[in-house]
Design a binder for this molecule. Structure first.
Ligand SMILES: O=C(CO)[C@H](O)[C@H](O)COP(=O)(O)O
Ligand SMILES: [Fe+2]
Length: 223
């Protein structure tokens, strides 16, 4: 078993996006991570639902993993579900209505993900863990690609793995930020099942080789 690799197109060459997506899909990536930034919850502005729609229509078989870094995500989850998002992630810090936002995602037919920033403890999302398909533990502060991995976040992955076991739950645990073939190893051992990688994969040199390296680096059994 290896980690599921989710390349983030944030670092891709947008003028050749179709090609860039095919490269990672052919190399063994299973998810494609699409970062939506609103210039408010995070300082940057990225792209919107039409990007999801076009990627979906391109014929790619990749699971579209949409990470909403936006305030009040419940206002737009339906739009992203309609656009073709398979997984929709909402930050617990971005809304007082996290339960409602997750319910809306499920009602719209997508997989529901709750996301926590480095400054947020796992305890804050425990009340909604029974209803999620995936938890995203940010391993950098959200808003930018190319930042340094925060190793102290691995402890949260271990906490979530233990919570899953003790409560008989089966959600995926994803990490996002600063992932490369070195930083993924301890995080995978702690229970990470899905790894986002932006700048490491789309380094303008060889995205396919980078995806393969992440798969190889985690090609061992963990309990
Ligand atoms: O959510 C994010 C940043 O807020 C991203 O998914 C980002 O693309 C990760 O990039 P990198 O792998 O270069 O750290
Ligand atoms: Fe992300």
């Amino acid at each position: 078993m290896s980690v599921i690799v989710a390349p983030s197109i944030l670092a891709a060459d947008y003028l050749n996006l179709g090609e860039q997506i095919k490269l990672v899909e052919n190399a063994g990536a299973k998810y494609l991570h699409i970062d939506i930034m609103d210039g408010d919850f995070v300082p940057s502005i990225s792209y919107g639902p039409d990007w999801v729609k076009q990627i979906k229509a391109s014929g790619s078989k990749l699971t579209l993993d949409v990470h909403l870094m936006v305030n009040h995500p419940e206002k737009i989850v339906d739009t992203f579900a309609e656009a073709g998002a398979d997984i929709i992630g909402v930050h617990v810090e971005a809304t007082p209505h996290i339960h409602r936002a997750l319910q809306m995602i499920k009602n719209a037919g997508a997989r529901a993900e709750v996301v926590i920033n480095p400054g947020t403890p796992v305890a804050l999302i425990e009340p909604v863990l029974y209803m999620v398909d995936q938890v995203l533990v940010m391993t950098v502060n959200p808003g930018f690609g190319g930042q340094k991995f925060l190793p102290e976040e691995i402890e949260k992955v271990a906490q979530l793995r233990d919570y899953k076991k003790s409560h008989g739950l089966n959600f995926d645990i994803e990490i996002d930020g600063g992932v490369n073939d070195k930083t993924i190893v301890e995080a995978y051992k702690a229970g990470t099942t899905v790894a986002v990688a932006g700048s490491y994969v789309y380094d303008k040199v060889d995205p396919a080789a980078k995806v393969k390296k992440l798969i190889e680096a985690t090609d061992f059994e963990v309990d």
